[in-house]
Design a binder for this molecule. Structure first.
Ligand code: SAM
Length: 223
């Protein structure tokens, strides 16, 4: 199979105790790590980083592979109505971990997503992770405004595609994108993996064996 599986150590687990290392995203970090190592992206952009669990998983894979990947985290680091609002200590903790463990990889862009658009040329992002505010309108807006930035053969990740509580609407955005090559994970609130501008050969195994991959990473969700 054209896909390598890794057994990473996440340096940020030893980070500042202020950081919550067990977020709703923790169950996907092994996949995020393997995706980054197998895809070898040049540019990763995350919309919604909070405590950094997903973001530092991309960073860890980049450091371990000695790749030239740059990983950008865009967030106000203020919080939002779904996850709640949090203190300045979180941004300070995330900044410290980025500086200590991922100095040549991590760039924190502290602003609203819309304000960050001009930092990135069109078709320049290889991995775009959308994990901000989770109403249908917010996620649809984030996808529509950022999709021009996605490179050919790039991948978009959506967290919370399985979450239907309150006014979460990621699943509705995900349903509307069924025409593109993709796989999905049901565990840990769900993760959608979408290739809306073509699928590179290195991702064929993933697309063709989606259910096998989903079962494999679900088993690793608590590691
Ligand atoms: C669900 S949390 C991100 C979780 C994170 N990916 C993880 O691994 O735990 C959502 C984050 O998005 C940020 N956010 C929501 N809407 C935003 C917007 N329009 N611009 C900037 N940040 C936003 C919030 O501040 C919050 O930190």
């Amino acid at each position: 199979m054209n896909w390598s599986f890794y057994d990473p150590v996440f340096a940020y687990d030893r980070g500042n105790p202020t950081l919550k290392t067990f977020s709703a995203w923790t169950g996907h970090r092994r996949f995020a790590y393997d995706l980054t190592r197998n895809l070898k992206p040049r540019t990763v952009v995350e919309l919604g980083t909070a405590f950094g669990v997903s973001y530092f998983s991309f960073c860890q894979a980049t450091v371990d592979s000695a790749a030239n990947t740059r990983c950008y985290a865009v967030d106000t680091w203020l919080g939002d109505p779904h996850g709640g609002y949090y203190s300045e200590a979180i941004f300070e903790a995330v900044s410290a971990i980025a500086r200590i463990h991922y100095p040549n990889v991590a760039t924190l862009v502290r602003c609203f997503f819309d304000e960050a658009l001009h930092y990135f040329p069109d078709e320049s992002i290889d991995v775009l992770h959308i994990d901000g505010y989770h109403t249908y309108e917010a996620v649809k807006h984030d996808f529509d405004t950022w999709i021009p930035k996605l490179a050919r053969n790039g991948v978009v990740l959506f967290h919370d595609i399985a979450e239907r509580s309150r006014d979460f609407g990621v699943y509705r955005v995900w349903e509307g994108l069924a025409c593109y090559p993709r796989i999905e994970f049901a565990h840990s609130h769900g993760l959608g993996v979408l290739f809306p501008k073509g699928c590179p050969p290195s991702m064929n195994a993933l697309i063709e064996n989606g259910e096998t991959f989903a079962a494999h990473y679900a088993n690793l969700a608590h590691k």
